[in-house]
Design a protein around this ligand. Sequence first.
Ligand SMILES: [Zn+2]
Length: 426
Amino acid sequence: MKMLHIGKPYKEHRGSKTRLCSEIIIGEDKKIFYYEVDNKWADALCDDRSDAFLVSLLQYAMANALDISWQTPVTDRLVYQLRTIFIPVISSKYNKIFSHIHLKGETTTEELSKKEWGVGTGASGGVDSFYSVLSHLDIPEKSQKLTHLLYVSASNHAENEEELRKDFECNKKNIEAIAEDLSLPMIALYTNEAEFFFKGIINWGALRFAGMVYSLQNLFSVYYFSSGYPYVDITFGDGSENFDSLHFDLFTLMTASTRSLNFIGTGGEVSRGRKLMYIASNDVVKKRLFVCNYRSDHNCSACDKCMRTAMQLYGDGLLQEYDQVFDLDTVDKQKKKYTRKMLYRRSVYDEEIVEAIEKRYGLSAVLRLQAFFIRPVYILWQKLKESGWVMRLFYKLEIDYKLYGEAMAESIRYSKGVGKRPSSKE
Ligand SMILES: [Zn+2]
């Protein structure tokens, strides 16, 4: 099997930034993988071991059938867990995407000496993130109390660096404002992981984030990973390319944790609706909630995530208080259509939202009847979508624009990496 080699990690100062770098060698190819932070956080970057690079590149190597070797030792327990648990389980269940690979290199049992006991979580401005933050600000257990926010560049689209950095800087302003409002220090971390994308990476998020946190291992000892799915519904899925591995993030986090850095899943103990209820009355949330999948500087108020969140707030009777983050007119125009969609789609989130709306405002029998007839077509459509030529025709005929309207159609195209229709191009 071909080898991916992780060179000795080193720090590099570049103006106001410091990078943790390693030369990655794959056959004849050499590339620098780096994590970049403001100089202020340079000491937090850990160049004593290769943990971050191993965790960040593991899925890439498995997707490309590459064994991994390294020059600087990796934490003993981390290698043990990845080798004996993560790699065999994931490569057998998801054998269409991942190969069983081998890890070769020295390990260390030495304790990392840390100056600080950092407890962090990711700040994105979204519902899951706000829940993790607000539920760990004021807790009795001292060792678990949140001390830092981490903001990372995590795009799912392999665009050029300039675009990625633009998005990163754009979102950063909102997160900096959140950190300031909550009086927490924030670390912004940019990485060029996009150069190591693989097909389907969008569904393999937990280790990507874990690798970024490992790069700051001199600071972080505990890290809360916001769960997108309730833990009562944990499943390893069907092994297909479209399955979101965050359904079993607790498993992934367990295999990525060591004595020096412990990942804890949070938010999976409650439903999405309960999470939103928990955070919704907070003034920082009202001012700064950012959930959009489409725009990077404001909520478009039309994409599925914007609508889902807005409709949950509507169901809870709180939407009017969110006029700073949503365009309530845009939401209003789509309310009926989206309620019907939730009625026939019946996703894990939909049922809870529909229930809340019904309880507060009631639901029209016409909407229910329409959804009843659309549901079989919807199920058939989900099957057809698995076929490539059907989708090509679907986009070519611009059926999505007719079905969903321009704003939502374009947000869905964006999330799937499909270009806008020719007549929409700016
Ligand atoms: Zn949106």
